[in-house]
Design a protein around this ligand. Structure first.
Ligand SMILES: O=C(O)COP(=O)(O)O
Ligand SMILES: [Mg+2]
Length: 223
């Protein structure tokens, strides 16, 4: 059985913050609310679009009913889908790292709190979708990260097992998910987080994808 390398998407594989934040601010401004400054909004990413909208509302001290948040969510998805890769690009070294692990016999997967459809659309637009054996989003399974089920089921979809897997992520959500699933976790320090990843208990931290192969060899527990 092949080992499985599972990547988070936003803030890990792809630098999506500019398009995510632009969409959030379009939705807020249509509501007559203030835009959230880029650096504040960037740190709000990681729990999916609905949570991002709720955080944008909270930043405005604005209350909305669940039905109104549903409407804002639909508005958000429609706008984001039309602007999904206006500015979003893979982080440096992603393509080479994927090449390395594919050549070394790893299955590759994505486990994100973006919806599955948007995740596939983003990766297709960037020409990366075909590199993955599974692309799983917030609505793929009965639970999403930080529930370990999302990671375990993503690994199963590749035909792999948690005992032969490594997770790569940028946020507390990813690290908590991996720890709960007993999967070793590599944190990238260039993603979206309010708390520095070094304080969140990952097995190792990298600052560039060029360091990933060495990091994975250090933390994998299957040999
Ligand atoms: O879009 C989000 O908020 C989360 O996405 P991620 O799980 O890929 O970081
Ligand atoms: Mg992320």
């Amino acid at each position: 059985m092949r080992p499985t390398l599972v990547f988070d998407l936003d803030g890990t594989l792809v630098d999506t913050a500019a398009d995510l934040v632009a969409t959030l601010n379009v939705v807020l401004e249509r509501e007559g609310l203030a835009a959230v400054p880029f650096n504040d909004a960037r740190a709000m990413v990681g729990h999916g679009a609905r949570a991002l909208i709720e955080r944008g509302l909270a930043a405005n001290a604005a209350a909305r009913s669940a039905a109104e948040v549903d409407r804002l969510f639909a508005d958000y998805i429609a706008h984001y889908s039309s602007h999904i890769a206006d500015a979003s690009r893979p982080f440096p070294g992603v393509s080479e790292a994927l090449d390395h692990f594919a050549a070394a016999g790893w299955s590759l997967a994505v486990c994100t709190n973006k919806t599955e459809a948007l995740s596939v659309q983003l990766l297709e637009t960037l020409g990366l979708a075909a590199r993955f054996d599974a692309i799983c989003g917030s609505d793929t399974f009965a639970a999403r990260k930080p529930d370990p089920l999302a990671l375990i089921e993503t690994i199963r979809r590749t035909g792999g097992r948690p005992e032969r897997a490594v997770m790569v992520g940028d946020s507390k959500t990813d690290i908590d998910t991996a720890l709960a699933a007993a999967v070793p976790v590599v944190a990238v320090d260039f993603g979206y987080t309010t708390i520095p990843v070094t304080e969140l208990g990952p097995d190792i931290v990298i600052s560039h994808f060029g360091e990933l192969a060495g990091a994975v060899e250090k933390v994998r527990r299957d040999r």
